[in-house]
Design a protein around this ligand. Structure first.
Ligand code: IYR
Length: 230
């Protein structure tokens, strides 16, 4: 029997989707290899100023934008900044907020928890990294007649897209850091973003300094992060 290329479900066109058939053995191999690859990923705070082609950034943004989203609204915009003047403005504003954070907003316990990461209010990576990707979430879309249309599961959707962005950055042989200067509204001003967008995450992207060092911290093992119900 001929398999149709499309069919109608509840009056809406559905197209045949072909998924590569992978054997159990191959699946084990691929998942183990990918885990090994991703387990090598580290957040990096010391960047080389070596440039990265715009095409790489375009590819990783397109990968992030393949993420699933509530009602397929794709409620995200990835602002990719290589302009050194804008990077400088972002650094100055972020460091001003961080100085407030470290001196008065963060609790003693929070600062103790961060000691192992050796972070402080200085953020040279905001200028050194060749690219800053500022991920914006869209709480609502603006339709033709100017009316607002709320999006769904915005934080979940944009969070998933950011996970995929980080994975794509790692796959491209680059490093990044999930940076959340807080509060982040200065980013909307510096980047002149419309009112329906809010900053979600800032990721510097580039090559690491050589040599580069990361905190001696370790991931929880499978037993600690999972519970199987067989
Ligand atoms: N935003 C500050 C502090 C900070 C907070 C957490 I939670 C971290 O995991 C790392 C840093 C900063 O960027 O330094």
């Amino acid at each position: 029997m001929k398999i149709p290329k499309e069919k109608s479900i509840k009056g809406h066109r559905h197209i045949k989707y072909d998924v590569e058939s992978v054997s159990q053995e191959e699946s084990i191999l691929r998942s183990a290899n990918f885990y090994k690859e991703m387990n090598h990923r580290r957040s990096v705070r010391e960047f080389s100023t070596q440039p990265v082609e715009k095409e790489v950034i375009e590819n990783i943004i397109q990968t992030a934008s393949t993420a699933p989203s509530g009602a397929h609204k794709q409620p995200w915009v990835f602002c990719a900044v290589s302009n050194s003047n804008i990077k400088k403005q972002i650094r100055i504003a972020a460091e001003a907020e961080e100085r407030e954070n470290y001196t008065s907003r963060m609790s003693e316990r929070w600062k103790e928890d961060l000691e192992v990461l050796a972070t402080d209010a200085d953020k040279p990576f905001l200028e050194n990294a060749p690219w800053l990707i500022v991920v914006m979430k869209k709480a609502y879309d603006i339709k033709e007649k100017g009316e607002k249309q709320n999006n769904y599961y915005v934080n979940e959707s944009v969070g998933i897209a950011c996970g995929m962005l980080i994975t794509a950055i790692h796959k491209a042989g680059l490093v990044t850091l999930t940076h959340t200067p807080s509060p982040m509204n200065f980013l909307s001003k510096v980047l002149k973003r419309p009112a329906n967008e809010r900053p979600y995450l800032l990721l510097p992207v580039g090559y690491p300094q050589n040599p580069v060092y990361v905190p001696d911290i370790h991931r929880k093992d499978l037993k600690k992060v999972s519970d199987f119900y067989l």
